[in-house]
Design a protein around this ligand. Structure first.
Ligand code: DMJ
Length: 610
């Protein structure tokens, strides 16, 4: 035992020591964090270059890398194309991943490689190709990539070798923008979802599109107009956006899919995920980029409606735009961008609570599964994949700097998805089986946001708005009609009581169900979000809906019964008060919620969206 006096002096020393050596303690602290940040920055830097160099070696100038087979895919013509129809025979790619990587190269400080990319694209990129592309995807990835890279190429901080850049990327962007215009030639001004780059809108083209397909064009097309001085692009995008907004319900809600010729809704249910997500994002970001109060007013009403009708504690379900009633209770990986948007608008507490839930899910599975059925506490039987999506990293970037969350995302990506030939998507989060696809958004967004978490020096002197594909556009007063007024009200979202906020995450209670794939006759095939045709039969999954039984039953019973849905080997039947019963093992007698009027659990859930 130490003598009492000694113990006393030791205690006194421990109490006063921080004030005796304040500098050394905080220095130690900050040098620990600086070292940690440098270490993490290097890790993300290495991830990006592993993905990038493998793309250059095995796939360039094609669109995307297949990291397992070390080959390529010309996926620009497949993005968003569920049925893989009208695939071009002679399309050889547009170096999509290179276009998407350019802004990340600048953010990581590699001006030499950026210049090489600019020059290669200037000399080789050609949009006069017979390829039917998805307007939304081509806009956010290609037009956004080019416009952002043009701005970065003309920024004195990223000066290219004197005289080497003569606005070639802007010329290419303008060429692409012109090819988009025929899509807007509809009675409503709402654009077709698909356009052939060489020939315009194809005969018998589908008139169905999504809310994000019409409402997420304004940043890129607006920027193109500001840069070229030609208002045509911005006007087309603005007209479509205004028309879309005019279709909102009295609750300020919109649906998910619509017809561009009639301007009528097809799918009345919507949420903040697939088919709608970037519509909200663009209303707000357009206000920041162009300063128009109009965008702010639209966003303000739309945001409040989302918080009122879709939100359930930290989660967001879907609801019918006509009456605000909940339809599908699903968590999707795409929704994880929402907390990031909430940070931008100043609704920090709400952002924090849902970000925390998404992080729980990430930790539970190691990555974010594409879709989780909140009312059944189970993974969606077919959408168990994780295609290297950026949304959680994006929200994490807006909420934090250098945090444990960022570190754990980086570590999971390295341990589960890194392969010799790049980074592979995950086909099934329960088995971590890989899929042969490295999406271009992994370089454009996932790596970029992770890098910015640990080194944001790119953002020091200037404000940027990141497009939905992560391409930075500078906030310039010259682009503003007038500078935005202060727009951040307090307490956007009514916060649930402490008790509710702390309740255990639904995900922590879930059991991962085993499901067997059983594609039977009359399957309507539904592709995974990866859109890459390959030889594997299990690449596609199926759902088919038959109304035969209901017709028979109708005749015998003289009344209308609900359709039967065969769903990945599950039989779903017997609509009762808006609920269907799952009849086959392992989900015996579970009920799923369905839309009140259709009785069929489908459509937006099956709309793939990159
Ligand atoms: C990206 O292409 C964009 O972020 C888009 O808005 C939604 N999905 C993907 C990545 O998940």
């Amino acid at each position: 035992m130490l003598p009492r006096q000694v113990v006393k002096w030791i205690l006194v020393f421990l109490v006063i020591s921080p004030s005796l050596f304040p500098v050394s303690v905080s220095e130690a602290d900050s040098s620990y964090w600086s070292a940690k940040k440098r270490h993490m920055k290097k890790k993300v830097h290495d991830m990006f270059y592993h993905a990038y160099e493998n793309y250059l070696t095995h796939a360039f100038p094609h669109d995307e890398l297949k990291p397992l087979s070390k080959s390529f895919t010309d996926s620009l013509s497949e993005l968003g194309n569920l049925k893989l129809e009208h695939l071009p025979q002679h399309y050889n790619g547009s170096a999509l991943t290179l276009i998407e990587s350019m802004s990340s190269l600048v953010i990581m400080g590699n001006n030499t490689e950026f210049e090489r990319a600019v020059l290669w694209l200037s000399e080789n990129l050609n949009f006069d190709v017979d390829a039917r592309i998805n307007l939304f995807e081509c806009n956010i990835r290609v037009l956004g990539g080019l416009v952002s890279a043009h701005i970065l190429a003309t920024d004195s901080a990223n000066r290219l070798v004197q005289g080497s850049y003569k606005n070639q990327l802007l010329t290419l962007a303008e060429d692409l923008g012109r090819r988009f215009l025929p899509a807007f030639d509809t009675p409503t001004g709402l654009p077709y979802a698909w356009i052939n780059l060489k020939y315009g809108v194809m005969e018998n083209e589908t008139t169905e599109t999504s809310t994000s397909g019409c409402g997420s064009l304004i940043l890129e097309m607006g920027a193109l107009s500001r840069l070229t001085g030609d208002p045509i692009y911005e006007s087309a995008a603005l007209r479509a956006l205004r028309r879309l907004w005019s279709m909102r319900s009295s609750l300020n809600l919109l649906g998910t899919t619509l017809d561009v010729t009639t301007g009528e809704w097809i799918e009345y249910s919507s949420g903040i995920g697939a088919g709608v997500d970037s519509f909200y994002e663009y209303l707000f970001k357009a206000h920041i980029l162009f300063g128009k109060e109009d965008f702010w007013r639209m966003f303000h009403s739309a945001y409040l409606a989302v918080q009122k009708y879709f939100r359930h504690g930290p989660w967001y379900h879907e609801a019918d735009m006509r009456n605000g009633k909940a339809t599908y209770w699903q968590l999707t990986s795409l929704q994880a961008f929402w907390p990031g948007l909430q940070v931008l608008v100043g609704d920090i507490a709400a952002a924090n609570s849902s970000h925390r839930e998404f992080v729980h899910v990430w930790k539970k599975f190691g990555v974010l599964p594409e879709r989780y059925l909140l009312d059944h506490l189970m993974l969606h039987p077919t959408e168990k994949y994780y295609p290297l999506r950026p949304e959680l990293a994006e929200s994490t970037f807006y909420l934090y700097q250098a945090t444990k969350v960022g570190e754990s995302i980086v570590n999971s990506l390295n341990s589960y998805t890194k392969v010799d030939g790049g980074f592979a998507s995950i086909r099934d989060v329960t088995t971590m089986q890989l899929e042969d696809h490295q999406h271009s958004f992994f370089l454009a967004e996932t790596c970029k946001y992770l890098y910015l978490l640990f080194d944001d020096s790119f953002l020091v002197d200037r404000n940027y708005v990141f497009t939905t594909e992560g391409h930075p556009l500078p906030v310039l007063s010259s682009w503003h009609d007038r500078l935005p007024e202060a727009y951040i009200p307090r307490n956007w979202t009514f916060l649930p009581s402490e008790k509710q906020a702390r309740r255990a995450s639904a995900m922590t209670l879930q059991v991962c169900p085993a499901t067997s794939l059983d594609c039977r006759h009359r399957c309507q095939q539904v592709k995974s979000a990866c859109h890459i045709p390959d030889a594997r039969s299990d690449h596609r999954t199926c759902i088919y809906v038959t109304d035969e039984l209901s017709n028979e039953a109708q005749q015998s019973e003289g009344r209308k019964l609900s359709p039967i849905i065969h769903y990945e080997g599950l039989k779903v039947s017997g609509k009762k008060k808006n609920l269907l019963r799952l009849e086959s093992a392992p989900h015996n007698n579970e009920e799923i919620r369905v839309m009140e009027d259709s009785g069929i659990h489908h459509n937006s859930s099956w709309t793939a969206h990159q």
